[in-house]
Design a protein around this ligand. Structure first.
Ligand code: IMP
Length: 204
């Protein structure tokens, strides 16, 4: 049976400061305090799942079990159909150990070019799976997506990850050129959150 959160605090099972910040901003209007897993000293489990949903579930369950509190995990990434879905669930790993997304964005451009695909204007989408897990192992999971096209070279100082090469459909600027309040409602994460609302406390 579906379950609704009653706690006023959620552990955000991520060590990515950009993600924790965006999730905290989405939870704030619901009166829920977000606490990053890094601040609690929780270990990061290995992402062994083969889908965004499987990885979100394993991260949320690990954090809920370790902390004894409900935990929310996000597994997200950029999917480029012309690259057979890459980087997909490997989006973070494409940035290498130094987490340098310039490297990852260059690689997308190089791999598209190597396949003879026009790099500017190539279709892409971001996916976000969100899983809310309780310490007893119960979890509720949803997925959101935003479609767009790629542009090179990367543009814009805002956001994180692949934001500087992603232009959402219906827009001209990249997510990296949009300040947080403009990016946030457009994203895969916001769309997943709309669905997660069914499992969160009603808006005060
Ligand atoms: P993971 O979900 O922690 O495995 O990492 C997902 C990776 O996808 C992040 O490190 C980012 O590189 C990328 N990503 C996810 N969401 C966004 C976004 O909103 N903008 C830009 N990049 C993102």
């Amino acid at each position: 049976m579906a379950r609704r959160l009653s706690a006023a605090r959620l552990i955000v099972a991520s060590h990515n400061a950009g993600k924790v910040r965006e999730i905290a901003a989405l939870l704030d209007p619901l009166g829920i305090e977000a606490m990053g897993a890094a601040a609690l000293g929780l270990a990061e489990p290995e992402e062994t799942g083969e889908t965004f949903i499987a990885n979100a579930v394993l991260k949320a369950r690990a954090a809920a079990e370790a902390s004894g509190e409900p935990a929310l995990a996000d597994d997200s990434g950029l999917v480029v159909p012309a690259l057979d879905g890459a980087p997909g669930i490997y989006s973070a790993r494409w940035a290498g150990p130094g987490k340098d997304f310039c490297v990852a964005m260059d690689r997308i451009e190089a791999e598209l070019a190597a396949r003879g695909v026009e790099t500017v204007g190539a279709a892409a989408y971001f996916v976000c799976a969100l899983s809310l897990a309780w310490p007893d192992g119960h979890c509720e999971t949803v997925e959101g997506r935003v479609d767009g096209t790629l542009t090179f070279p990367p543009r814009g100082p805002h956001g994180f990850g692949y934001d500087p090469i992603f232009v959402p459909d219906g827009h001209r600027r990249t997510l990296g050129e949009m300040p947080p309040e403009e990016k946030q409602p457009l994203t895969h994460r916001a769309r997943a959150f709309e669905q997660l609302a069914a499992f969160l406390p009603p808006r005060p």
